[in-house]
Design a protein around this ligand. Structure first.
Ligand code: UDP
Length: 160
């Protein structure tokens, strides 16, 4: 029996996943996608993109004043990334749990089965991104994919 009240609390959510340049160049894309699907997410949109300084700077603008920012932009523009829109109940926080802590070196100790532990290198080169809230997810998905239901406003960037 489908009870709308009960099912209302188990709403499908979307989040943005990025396999960062180190993950793509180290050939982790297929392994990470397998983990994503085994964990019950649907990959509803996907594209490979070379970020430029402009869109990387916009994407990480919350960090623009920080000392690590210039390095972060160099890293994120160092090669193609794989962008994916993931969908499932509780997608935003479940994807953050699956990727693990920001510092991949620490993740290898504290969360050894997380994606950052398995595929990341250190605090900067941590292989994957995940939106940190539903609001960030909506903003980030719109930035890279436009309105994913109508296709309107998709900036396309330099899709490979
Ligand atoms: N980062 C870095 N040095 C730091 C903190 C973060 O190079 O001291 C990089 C790292 O690649 C991280 C990204 O900047 O994933 C964004 O940082 P945030 O704190 O938002 O971490 P996240 O939400 O990705 O775990």
């Amino acid at each position: 029996l489908l009870c709308p009240l009960l099912h209302g609390s188990r709403k499908e959510e979307k989040t943005l996943a990025i396999i960062k340049p180190d993950g793509v160049s180290s050939h982790y894309t297929n392994k990470i996608k397998a983990v994503i699907l085994e964990s019950g997410f649907a990959i509803v949109r996907e594209k490979i993109l070379q970020l430029d300084e402009g869109n990387a700077t916009y994407f990480y603008s919350e960090h623009s004043g920080k000392s690590f920012f210039p390095r972060l932009i160099t890293y994120m523009t160092s090669g193609p990334v794989c962008l994916m829109v993931l969908e499932k109940v509780n997608a935003v926080s479940d994807w953050r749990t699956l990727i693990g802590p920001t510092d991949a070196r620490k993740a290898k100790v504290s969360h050894p089965t997380s994606i950052r532990a398995m595929c990341g290198v250190d605090l900067e080169r941590n292989c994957v991104h995940g939106s940190d809230s539903r609001e960030s997810a909506a903003r980030e998905i719109a930035f890279f994919f436009g309105d994913i239901n109508t296709g309107k406003g998709d900036r396309k960037h330099d899709e490979l």
